[in-house]
Design a protein around this ligand. Structure first.
Ligand code: FAD
Length: 490
């Protein structure tokens, strides 16, 4: 089967990496990209599922980290979200110990009500380690972690591996998409200089341009801008001025938020904002005022539209990442969605021709996954108590029904859940709901039926265990220096 990948950003090279690694004898892979057009060049913060995908494509962790200037990530620090001055960490860790009857946070809420519990993060090792700037792999218990990495270096690193594995890379601008007159399927891409690249399956990884799925096939776009009104990002890279923290920072401002992603050799920063409430010039001034360290590039605004293609797979074309839709990067979900889409595509591989049932199943799963991510992101915006017009707008727009139901369940009885298509676990929903100041009116009585002394003992032991395990870890920067001794100087 001839697979043609259109585009060589993170999506294109991840697709190439898994196809060449896992299906080499079955598929003949060609990747077309245009250096002149370039890539979006952001997308540097990930979630722990990235590690399973790296294992599938055979990456060695230390080599990958050295090649991409990566650091370790244990979660995200949300600053100024529900109210200016607030801070909470959404960590990748589990919380305490749960039972079949109810999750740990019910015990926590009971204990907190009785004045014997600290903060929810005191019961998660990843939270505590992040807050203290500590990290190590291979500890006991092991940390659940992800990475921050340099997007440009990541694409180059994957490219060098794919080319070594026999992938054909074609440099050139796609000028026209040729369709088969009978089936309507894509037959070939026509490139500058009169070149033609034919294939059986086409992966649209052309980023926001969506050249194949959108422009050529005309698949519609479902707009989610009413729930998520930010529509611009202004990224800038700066020199590092402090030891790398093992978490991303997401700092809210009056019309959006700002990210800070520490790498070994620099820091990725960017302002995400809503153009109805902040002009590009104001955004630039604000960004410059809020970054430390020398600026390494001049920032240009990226315009985006939040939402999804109504079908990610149409005919013989599968759109990945930005071409298939975009939910803003607040919880670092886009790269995960590329990876999960690729594993699903391989499971449903159309080796014997396109199966409408497989296409429909793929699209349905993609829809549910993306809507679940959307709901999680909307949660951060909707539950706020900030006074500015942008935040009032987010608060006053009714959330999607699926999210409204979740909020009601938590508000009434502290119930949180993870459905089969949900990426985020109960611990994630709980950390963000409490962090956004959603205080449940009640919780499960399982904590209340425990004798007071036993509850106090259990909570105390858990907290002490987490504190002791965190104290055994080295600082993240020290661990990184030992793990990647070749790292560029800070
Ligand atoms: P691109 O990187 O834009 O690549 C498109 C490719 O198509 C390029 O190679 C380009 O040359 C090629 N191309 C386009 N048109 C043509 C043509 N006519 N001919 C030939 N080639 C063409 N995700 C995360 O997981 N974590 C994050 O922290 C995160 N932060 C983000 C911040 C912002 C502001 C934005 C906008 C996105 C962020 N994302 C993040 C998403 C992440 O950037 C993308 O998932 C990832 O970069 C994949 O992009 P892509 O490969 O789809 O597109």
């Amino acid at each position: 089967m001839r697979v043609v990948i259109a585009g060589g950003g993170t999506a294109g090279w991840l697709a190439a990496a898994i196809l060449t690694r896992q299906l080499a004898p079955l598929v003949d892979v060609t990747l077309v990209e245009s250096e002149e057009i370039g890539t979006v060049g952001v997308g540097e913060s990930t979630i722990p599922t990235v590690r399973a995908f790296h294992a599938l494509i055979g990456l060695d962790e230390a080599e990958f980290m050295a090649a991409t200037g990566a650091t370790f990530k244990l979660g995200i620090s949300f600053e100024n979200w529900a109210r200016a001055g607030d801070r909470y960490i959404h960590s990748f860790g589990d919380l305490g110990r749960s039972t079949w009857m109810g999750d740990f946070h019910h015990f926590f809420l009971e204990g907190r009500g009785q004045g014997m519990a600290g903060e929810i993060g005191d019961y998660s090792l990843e939270h505590r380690a992040a807050a203290e700037g500590r990290f190590a792999t291979g500890g006991e218990p092991p940390l659940n972690y992800a990475y921050h990495f340099d997007a440009g270096r990541y694409a180059r690193y994957l490219r060098s591996r794919c080319e070594a594995a026999g992938l054909t890379r074609v440099e050139g601008r796609i000028e026209r998409v040729e369709r088969d007159g009978r089936s309507g399927h894509i037959a070939a891409l026509h490139l500058s200089g009169g070149r033609r690249v034919a294939g059986d399956l086409f992966l649209d990884c052309t980023g926001f341009r969506a050249l194949l799925i959108g422009e050529a096939l005309g698949v519609g776009f479902e707009d989610w801008g009413a729930w998520l009104p930010t529509d611009r990002a202004l990224p800038v890279q700066t020199a590092a001025v402090e030891p790398a923290r093992p978490y991303t920072r997401a700092i809210a401002h009056d019309a959006g938020w700002q990210w800070r992603i520490p790498l070994q050799h620099r820091v990725g920063n960017g302002l995400v904002y809503c153009s109805d409430h902040l002009s590009d010039d104001e955004a630039r001034a604000r960004l410059y005022a809020n970054v430390a360290g020398e600026r390494l590039v001049e920032p240009n605004p990226i315009r985006f539209r939040t939402g999804r293609r109504v079908k990610a797979w149409e005919g013989n074309c599968v759109a990945l990442s930005l071409a298939s839709g975009f939910v803003e990067p607040l919880e670092s979900t886009s790269i995960h969605l590329i990876m999960i889409a690729l594993t699903r595509l391989i499971q449903l591989l159309p080796a014997g021709g396109i199966s409408p049932a497989a296409v429909s199943r793929y699209n349905e799963q993609a829809r549910r996954e993306m809507e679940a991510v959307r709901d999680f992101i909307v949660l951060h915006y909707h539950l706020n108590e900030r006074p500015e017009p942008f935040w009032r707008r987010c608060r006053e727009t009714p959330p999607p029904d699926t999210l409204a139901e979740r909020i009601a369940l938590f508000a009434e009885g502290a119930h949180a859940y993870q459905d089969s298509h949900d990426l985020f676990r109960v611990a994630s929903w709980v950390q963000v709901m409490l962090g956004q100041r959603l205080e449940p009116r009640r919780h499960h009585p399982l904590g209340a039926i425990m004798p007071r002394e036993r509850l106090a003992q259990a909570l105390g032991d858990l907290r002490a265990g987490v504190a002791a395990a965190a104290a055994r870890l080295p600082s993240h920067q020290d661990f990184l220096d030992a793990y990647c001794p070749e790292a560029a100087p800070r």
